[in-house]
Design a protein around this ligand. Sequence first.
Ligand SMILES: Nc1ncnc2c1ncn2[C@@H]1O[C@H](COP(=O)(O)OP(=O)(O)OP(=O)(O)O)[C@@H](O)[C@H]1O
Ligand SMILES: [Mg+2]
Length: 230
Amino acid sequence: MKTLILCSPKGGSGKTTISRNITVAAALDGVNVASIDLDPQGTLSNWWHRRPTDIVTDIPHYVFAIEESPTWLEEIGQHDLLVIDTPPSIYMWPEAVKALLLKSDHVLIPTQPTVDDMEPAVHWMDVVIQCGVTGEFVLNKCLRRGRSISEAKLYLSGYGPVCPIELTQREDVHRAAANGFGVLEIPKHPAAEEFQILWNHIRQRMRLPQVIVQDITGRDLAVNRSARVA
Ligand SMILES: Nc1ncnc2c1ncn2[C@@H]1O[C@H](COP(=O)(O)OP(=O)(O)OP(=O)(O)O)[C@@H](O)[C@H]1O
Ligand SMILES: [Mg+2]
């Protein structure tokens, strides 16, 4: 079982948005993935409860108190991957959060490409590195025009690895979430390609095996990654 943590002290950076879309991408890829909500705001849980009951991408979901981390890890059934969403108030529980980081396999630190947003993110990267965990910054809510993306990458790369795919600011990202979907569950969603590439990158980075299925002739096929809605 591998654990991916979405973590940053900066509110609104995209932790929950990336958590749910990565979880959906993994489930569509045939990975036995579960989502975990450690945020008392319950944004990820609210989204999970909005999911249609007949949806084919059934995702087990757990809610735990962050201050009890990581004792609850033992209560979770067997999954290939846990995607853990955290609150912005992580400095309130330094010991519990550090103990959780020590048990994790990879950390994503989402940040918008502005200095106000990146400064807290780079301080958090120091904590992640001190815990001996691999982490990456993920640039989110990027505007495609202008120099801010390349300048942000240059700045962040001085403090830690930067994910090679950045996510664009798009109004339709939260529209999908409003109905309990990930963008990959909506056919031809404009953000689907970015989240698919992000997931492909994470799968390789975390060395999660590609799920292979066989067609009726016995030929190996990678699991169909196209959008599937029940
Ligand atoms: N790429 C994007 N394009 C447009 N809107 C986005 C994008 N990413 C996130 N948002 C929106 O920004 C807001 C904050 O995102 P999100 O809830 O994922 O951040 P968070 O880091 O989990 O916040 P918190 O720290 O409060 O838990 C939400 O309204 C979300 O829909
Ligand atoms: Mg959140």
